[in-house]
Every structure is written in C-alpha cells, then in structure tokens.
Design a protein around this ligand. Structure first.
Ligand code: 5GP
Ligand code: ZN
Length: 115
C-alpha cells in the first residue's frame, strides 16, 4: 500500500524520475540524488513502511527482500571489496524521508568510524 504524500512511493510509481539500478516484486533501488560515495544506492521496499521502528512480523519479509537485493546490487556494482549498509531511523537517527530505506555506500575505502 502506498502513501500519497510519500516521496519514495512516488519514485516507485514512476511519478518522480529516478535512476533505477534494480527492481523486483518487493523492492525498488535507485541512485541517491546526493551521493556520499562513488556508489550510493537507496534500496526501498515497495510497501510503504515508514521506518525500522514499524517493522514487525506482518512486513519483515520486505526487509529480507531488501537485503537480498543489497547483495545482488553490490555484485552488479562491482563492490567486491565491501561496502556499508546504513539505515537511519527517526529524527535522532537522521531520517529525512519517512519511507524505510537502506543506503548502500561503496566504491571507496570508508572510514572505520560509524558516526
Ligand atoms: P535519509 O536521510 O532519510 O536516511 O536518506 C534520504 C536520502 O534520500 C538522502 O540521502 C537524499 O539524498 C535522498 N533523496 C532525497 N530526495 C531524493 C530524490 O528525489 N531522489 C533521489 N534519488 N534521492 C533522494
Ligand atoms: Zn512511501
């Protein structure tokens, strides 16, 4: 189910353009508009789930499918030396778009500090 006011729901529906890198029945993935690394892909479930805090037994299969997609995308993007997957949750977590998403960052040796 989509949220009419949600930016990522609009991107999934093709109402706002994006650079798609992967899509299946469960997941849509596209390049971040403001990349923080040479490879910066956003992996989003096709179901509107606001955030990690809303994940439960009724929707966690979307999370599993997102991570299956992460592994496929990383291979396709040539990230054989590794990469980082980030999820920001809520205001204190720095989440700005309230549709669950996982950032894949790679293509460079990332710093060892998490924050
Ligand atoms: P958050 O801060 O919520 O974890 O991440 C949201 C991400 O969405 C940011 O990295 C931001 O650059 C990206 N973003 C925001 N609006 C758009 C957009 O219209 N298109 C794309 N491709 N990325 C966007
Ligand atoms: Zn949404």
């Amino acid at each position: 189910m989509r949220d009419q006011d949600c930016l990522f729901c609009k991107i999934i529906a093709g109402e706002i353009p994006s650079t798609k890198v992967y899509e299946d029945e469960w997941v849509y993935a596209f390049r971040d508009i403001n990349p923080q690394a040479p490879v910066h892909v956003l992996v989003v479930p096709k179901e509107h789930i606001c955030c990690t805090d809303a994940v439960d037994g009724s929707n966690s299969q979307y999370v599993a499918k997102c991570f299956e997609a992460v592994a496929k995308i990383a291979k396709a993007e040539g990230l054989e030396n590794g990469y980082r997957v980030i999820n920001n949750c809520g205001a204190d977590g720095g989440q700005t778009v309230m549709h669950l998403h996982f950032h894949i960052l790679g293509g460079v040796k990332l710093g060892e500090k998490m924050i």
